[in-house]
Design a protein around this ligand. Sequence first.
Ligand code: ADP
Ligand code: ADP
Ligand code: MG
Length: 451
Amino acid sequence: MWKRILIANRGEIALRILRCCREMGIETVVVYSKEDEDTLPVLMATKSICIGEAKASETYLNQEVLIECAKKTFCQAIHPGYGFLSENPSFARKCRENGIVFIGPDDHIIEKMGNKQAARELMTAHGVPIVPGGEGIADTYEKALTDAKKIGFPLLIKASAGGGGKGMRKVFNEEELEQAYYAAGQEALAAFGNQEVYVEKLILNPRHIEFQIIADHHGNVLHLGERDCSIQKRNQKLLEESPSPALDEELRNKMGEMAIRAAKASGYNSVGTIEFILDENKEFYFIEMNTRIQVEHPVTEMMTGIDLIKEQIRISFGQKLILTQEQVKAKGHVIECRINAQSSGRVNMLHFPSGYRVRTDSYLYNGCKISPYYDAMVAKVIVKGNNRLEAIRRMRRALEELIIEGVQTNSEIMHLLMFHKNFIRGDYNTHFWERHSETLLQWNREGNADD
Ligand code: ADP
Ligand code: ADP
Ligand code: MG
């Protein structure tokens, strides 16, 4: 096994990887910004190296410095976590050229799947259904208009290099098209340095259903079941659960098979996720592949008992999967809530929920600082029940135990979500938040007024 790896990330995912390494007997080197010097991954690593002030571009995104640090501390591999450089093919290539293993799929696979339009073409060639859309990139407004007329409204302009919900614009009629086309391109250029966009049909009232994939370097590919991530705010996930209330066994098997086919089409060899959108008639369409570990991976870990980070590291060392598809057993029901900070500052009182079948993944500790420079997600609360209702009741009590004082978070709102009748019925889609969050906020105000 690897003797020492470099963790090129921060926050909860750096801690998650570090904990796994300790259990596997692997030493860790953590690179960090001055801003993060008092955080747990920095304090717990075998060795920590400060590489800059606060800006991500000068620290966690600084490819040359990261590789240099890995070399001078004799790290054999780099774990990129999620976000930052995790889906950057040129970074993965540079690692390889410097004799360091990038813990993820091969760089040419990231390249192939990271471009959404190219991935769509690959999927079509392999018989995986994609959202109806334009052929190729809409490199001019005229091309976008031609595509739009062919597909019909409403539609979505999407950035080929998109991620994190950025570079997307809904268009309901021809009058809105021109502005949306240029706005999406501009946003994509600013966020990803690439302004390519394409046109696809806007699916109404869809659910976001994704499948966890695990593949090794020996041609074995398995899926570990689905996660329903339809509770989203501005295309960003807030809650994930498994199994999805919308799937029956037949549809699950069909989508799982397609997910495996999609992964095989790219020659995949790590952990990854195939994202689908499911329409009201239960037709499903591939939207993208995430070629990295995801925020919501604990949902699948709790369902299957498989440690995904451990498997990802084992695979990167060249080891084979030990399970077969038949041996993967998903049991019970799991829900994860993302806890996001709505302000920055010091946490002056902290208490995490625990007890039977409750897991909290977080980098917070009493007295720590929440930085305004990075992602707002500060904790993930994950619970498991024998069935969905038990999981909902367990999440209610877990969030009742959670105390984060000193900064604002969405924890109360997530707690109230556990009482919303549509959520309890499993009757929701990606529009849930825009339609119902005002109700939750209202409940919160009323609750506070009674105090
Ligand atoms: P998931 O939450 O399913 O893992 P997200 O798309 O929400 O996937 O991304 C996880 C994290 O990575 C978020 O912090 C998001 O802001 C960030 N991220 C995703 N894609 C990109 C990208 N292309 N560039 C920069 N950051 C990204
Ligand atoms: P990102 O790379 O930002 O995660 P995705 O392609 O995964 O981009 O889309 C993010 C979210 O946007 C999806 O989870 C879904 O809610 C919504 N979405 C994406 N494509 C469509 C579509 N064709 N119709 C309706 N909603 C969509
Ligand atoms: Mg996505």
